[in-house]
Structure formats: C-alpha cells, structure tokens
Design a protein around this ligand. Structure first.
Ligand code: GBH
Length: 476
C-alpha cells in the first residue's frame, strides 16, 4: 500500500539529479569545441556576477570520474545531463563533427550505464552555438531545421543507450531572460517582440525533433522525448477577488501554458495569452500576429509532441492584477499582473526563490487536470545557498524532505502520475548571471581549490538516505 507518510514510492520510481553542460563542463575550447553564446556573453562582460564565466566551471570535461563517484554515492537511478551542441558540432551543423566531443559523451553515457545509472539527456540547455547565433539565433525561423539536424545526429549517435530525451530546457527562461530582459545570453532586450518569436521557434524546433524521433528512431530505440518547462505556482492573492483569480490564471497561461498548451491541449497558444497580447498590440499599433506568431500548416504539428511532461519547479507567487508601471511594449505589460511574495514563505539565498514545497503539489495537480493526466517527471527542483559555505545545510535538508513528501502526496492523494524526481543540482556550478555566488549542489565544489574537490553536503546525505529507503521499502 502506497503511503506518503513513509515516503513510499513505486519500485521503478526515478531518483535523479541534474546538471547542464555550460554550468559544469569547462573545457570551453578543449579538443575542438566551438564557442557558444554563453562563452561570448561571459567574455563580453555582459553583467554576470563579478564577470565570472564557465571557462573552467567544475571542469567536468576532465573530472568526469569525480562526478560519477558523486552520482554513485547518492545512489541515483538516473542522471540528467545536457550535451553542449557546439562541443559535438562546433559550427552547429553535422557537416563538421567533433569526434572528441562524441567520445566524451560516449564515455559519460557508458560509464553511467556500467554503474546501472540510466541517462536523461537534454539537447539544449541555454548554450546555442555562436555560429548559429551569428545566423540570427532563436529569433530566426531557420534555427528549427538546424536544431532538428543536431537532434537527429544525437539520436543516431547516442540513442541506442539514451532512452529519455529532453529537447529544450526552459524555453520560457531562454526567451524571456535571453531576449526580453537581457540577463542571459544572447543578452537581447527587445521588449515585447523577440521573446514570442524565440518561444515560437523553440516550439517549432522541438516539434520537428520529436517527429524525427517518432518516425525514424522510436521503433528501434524505444525511448521517450519531451521538453522541460519551468513554471512557478501562481495563486490569487485574494481568492475571493475575481481580478486576482484571473490574474493568476493569466500568469499560468503566460508561463506554463505558453508552451504546454500548444503541445498538450490545442496546438495553439492559450486564448487568454493571445487575446491579452492582441489587446496591447492594437493599442501600440502592432498587429497581434506580428508579435505572437501563428503556427503554420507548413510545419509539422506541435500538438502531441511530448511523450511525458517534464517540469522544472522552484517557487510560488501570489498574484494580483495590474501593477504594470511599464508604459512601453513589453511582456510584462501584456501579462499585466503583480507578483507578490507571501510573508509566510521563507526566502532561501536568492531573491526569487521562496521556499514553497506545497506549491509543487498544487502545480502537479493543475498539470494533471489541465494537460490531460500525463506522465510527469520533475526534471529540476532545488534550493540555493549563498554567502559562507555551510556543509551542514539543515535548511536544505528540510527542503528536500518536505518537497519529496509533497510529491508523494500528489501521487497518493491527488493521483498525479509522477514517474521521477531530479534534484537540481548534483553539485555547485556556474549559476548563470549569479556566477558561482549561488550554490545549488548536493555536493559542494571548492572553486578556489585547483582540484575542484567535491564534498557532499548534509542535504546530499539526506537525499541518499531518502533514495535508499525508498529502494528498500518499495511496496510495488
Ligand atoms: C533553472 O531555471 C535552470 O534550468 C538551471 O540551469 C539553473 O541552474 C536553475 O534554474 C537554478 O537557477 O533573476 O529575478 O530574473 C529555473 C527557472 C527562471 C528561475 C528565471 C530564476 C530568474 C529570476 N528560473 N528566474 S530573476
């Protein structure tokens, strides 16, 4: 019998941890790797904390064996990593394959499988080859076919061993922070226009890759393909206020719905998203379709292009209407909500991360209800530490325990079909605009030590215990 109290999970439940290439690998020019937009962004000193960069990071390119030891110490059933597109294909196209890059990922995958750890691979985690950025990057429609070529190359080369694929990580973050806010590479601040185009091309790219897998590789490789969507849980500040209720709905539509609605529900963007954008567009003298594009009949359909739902969840917000002082065209103005932190929610290290484990349960229930009860993998979830290193990270231990118990409740009491949970992250790493100042690891990495030694945090030990207990006590 399945009990949340004892954290009883099904025997085949996936227990993982996640990382991404640019955040851990280093070796930015090693063995023929091409530059990515994050190499460029950091080297151009575009606002990353103390102008830090991922040139070396955790040096996983050379220290992979140490990562593998960490993975084994935790007892993970799965490891989620991402491929660096420009390490495999330096100019972004399969016309020029970097065999040393292929060897590196072959070694990683083979070592994991030899240790009975399954692999989830993300094809794209924010690090576009600079060569493709030079052609217009995600703003340019041609990027979708280029991504599809890269995806096919990866399915062909690694798909005999990789059975879980994520095409694109967090299109929302890439579109918004990379092209609207400018906090991430490529650092564009084209408010109210570029992000929707980028999101659209990411959906087209994902759909093309899914169709390639489905028609060419699925029969023999028997794997599954999805994309990882990030969303906060949004709820009305005052649930009895109609405007607050619709504001929370709008925020969910603009964040999760933007990508999940086309794929899981209708093949198009949520109506409330389209109409909100059209209203603003008319006022500002744009045609609506110019900003939020229509899906073309000439492209493969996006509806149905996910074999499971992959969710990155970190935090929750209370939402009320209005609050947009922004007079210019912008996504913020289209969305027109104010997000508030509930004072009862503790904020961990970084400003954006309020600790709200129960928000994950609510979001999982929402996904079950709205997106047609899909299989769900929580592909990222974690807690940050800033300031002096605390190996005895009691807060983070509590965080993992209560979050995992919320996942159990979502499964047991709400009947959500959760198949797995990946902690972000295996180890401290390059935290994008925050550089190395924000630490999400289950292992601490000493970046001041030439050896980049890895030391398990207490929360890593706690997570290992949860996994071991779940494996030994599994009732099903
Ligand atoms: C994930 O995004 C990323 O996939 C992962 O690479 C990263 O390491 C991890 O988060 C931890 O940050 O700076 O105020 O503009 C999570 C979703 C969306 C959370 C953007 C932070 C920026 C808030 N992220 N958000 S702010």
């Amino acid at each position: 019998d399945f009990q949340s109290e004892g954290n009883m999970f099904p025997r085949d439940f996936v227990w993982g941890a996640a990382t991404s290439a640019y955040q851990i690998e280093g070796g930015w020019q090693a063995d023929g790797k091409g530059a990515s937009i994050w190499d460029t962004f950091c080297h151009e000193k575009s606002g990353v904390f103390e102008n830090q960069n991922g040139d070396v990071a955790c040096n996983s390119y050379e220290l992979w064996n140490k990562d593998l030891e960490c993975i084994q110490q935790l007892g993970l059933t799965h490891y989620r990593l991402s491929f660096s597109w420009s390490r495999l294909l330096p100019d972004g196209t399969p016309k020029n394959v970097n065999q040393r890059g292929v060897q590196y990922y072959n070694r990683v995958i083979n070592d994991l499988l030899a240790c009975k750890v399954s692999v989830m691979v993300t094809l794209y985690h924010f690090d576009l080859p600079q060569a493709i950025q030079n052609l217009g990057g995600w703003k340019s429609p041609g990027v979708a076919a280029l991504f599809n070529d890269y995806a096919k190359f990866c399915f062909e080369t690694f798909g005999d061993r990789v059975k879980l694929w994520i095409t694109i990580n967090e299109p929302h973050t890439c579109a918004k922070l990379g092209h609207e806010v400018g906090l991430h590479a490529p650092g564009l601040k084209e408010k109210g226009t570029a992000a929707y185009m980028v999101g659209h091309n990411m959906l087209r790219a994902h759909a093309m890759a899914w169709h390639s897998y489905n028609s060419v590789y699925r029969a023999t490789q028997k794997g599954e393909v999805s994309l990882a969507l990030n969303s906060d849980w949004f709820e009305p500040l005052d649930p009895s206020c109609h405007e607050d209720v619709t504001s929370a709905e709008r925020d969910l539509a603009f964040t999760l719905g933007w990508f999940a609605w086309p794929i899981f529900v209708t093949g198009d963007y949520p109506d409330i998203m389209r109409s909100a954008i059209e209203t603003q567009s008319k006022m500002m003298g744009y045609s609506g379709d110019m900003r939020l594009p229509r899906f073309s009949k000439d492209d493969p359909p996006v509806l149905g292009t996910a074999d499971f739902f992959a969710l990155n969840y970190y935090t929750s917000r209370k939402v009320t209407s209005g609050g947009c002082g922004d007079q210019m065209l912008s996504m913020k103005r289209d969305l027109n909500v104010e997000e508030v932190l509930d004072p009862s929610w503790p904020v961990c290290g970084v400003s954006w991360l309020a600790v709200v484990p129960c928000g994950l349960r609510k979001l999982l229930k929402y996904i079950k209800d709205v997106f047609n009860n899909p299989k769900v993998y929580i592909t990222e979830n974690g807690f940050a530490q800033v300031g002096p290193v605390q190996i005895e990270d009691v807060d983070r231990c509590e965080f993992y325990k209560s979050t995992i118990s919320e996942v159990a409740k979502a499964m047991e009491e709400d009947g959500v079909n959760v198949c797995g949970y990946f902690a972000w992250s295996l180890m401290d790493n390059f935290e994008w605009a925050d550089g190395f100042s924000v630490r999400f690891g289950l292992f601490h990495v000493d970046f001041s030590d030439a050896e980049l030694s890895r030391t398990i945090y207490q929360s890593g030990q706690e997570y290992a215990k949860i996994i071991a207990k779940s494996k030994s006590a599994s009732p099903i």
